[in-house]
Design a protein around this ligand. Sequence first.
Ligand code: GLY
Length: 398
Amino acid sequence: MIVSLALVATLLAGCASSPARPQAAEPMAQLIQGQLDFAAKQYRQLAASVPAERMPKTFEDGKLVTSDTEWWTSGFFPGTLWLIYEGTRDPWVRGEAERRTEVLEPRKFFTGNHDIGFIIFDSFGNAYRITGDAKYKAVIDTAAQTATRRYREKIGAIQSWDSSKRFAAPVIIDNLMNLELLLWAADHGGDARLRKIALQHADTTLRNHFRADHSSYHVVDYDPQTGQVRARKTAQGAADESAWARGQGWAVYGYTMLYRFTRDPRYLAQAKGVADFIVNHPNLPADKVPYWDFNAPGIPAALRDASAGAIIASALLELGQYVDGDDRHRYVGAAETMLRSLSAPPYRAEPGANGGFLLQHSVGALPMKSEVDVPLTYADYYFVEALLRYRRWYLNGY
Ligand code: GLY
């Protein structure tokens, strides 16, 4: 039986400052089951409004916004359904997960940008992990081969976006997340080249994407002829030199996942460096749901990004598996605070509200004025993933 960190904190705070009887925090087991049961009901409502060939992105001005299945977020809706099924064993949710996953199959050939890992591994990856059905693995294997088509030998990385007026050969920090598709496929009968490409990309990113304080740039633009860095920029952050919150989330999640596949201490050190940047940052609020950028103008009035909070919580829970002592206590404690915050107002939606999405108050791309202070499909995905990770790894004591 574990003693919840938040429970201890609440009791201590209560003793020190208030004669009133302290309110005990809800036990995490109960909180997690409550959120999963809520998710199963809420996603029935969401699913009812999403056309069969579309995927939900957000809910804005009282309307559901959907995407086609090439948009980078299209794997998250089926993926979240699989995770909710894993957490509840609700047969309707499983059926819906199967239907929404099948729609994505043609995307195993998608080469329009680097996002095939997000699209296929969050959907088919979970489908295979949970069911063991070989038809899902075949799609993952094909998609992993497809992902290598954007690998640029000269750069030593998978190019994220095509060249444009602004960028020659951009690689964004988010791209680390796509490596899980390649590494998993390599470990499950795929050819060695998949692993080689993924690790080369990870090493190039390690060399070029980080500042001395371990925070990450968003975009590194390369010269495709020489492989040299042309510029370090942002697309979705507040400034080129700022720390865009979701980018820090991708970085800590990415190097933690890379350590899972490799046990390379350099990746663990990088994951810890980014985690420490986040959890020790003076601009991380007390509820530990980050502002949309750690250097956002107007803090403390700046908007929060629940999606960054969910991604970081999920990453810190995995990182907690690879460290011990104070580090584990700090990372898991921060993740628990994030999960408790996200499970309550103002982040967690009321039942039946928010168009069926679980979380409110995320930020997609503020500089483009796109998806500002709204629900986002990937915020829900990483929230549910983090709930399951906490339950799997930390409810039997740590
Ligand atoms: N991968 C795009 C984003 O994080 O917004």
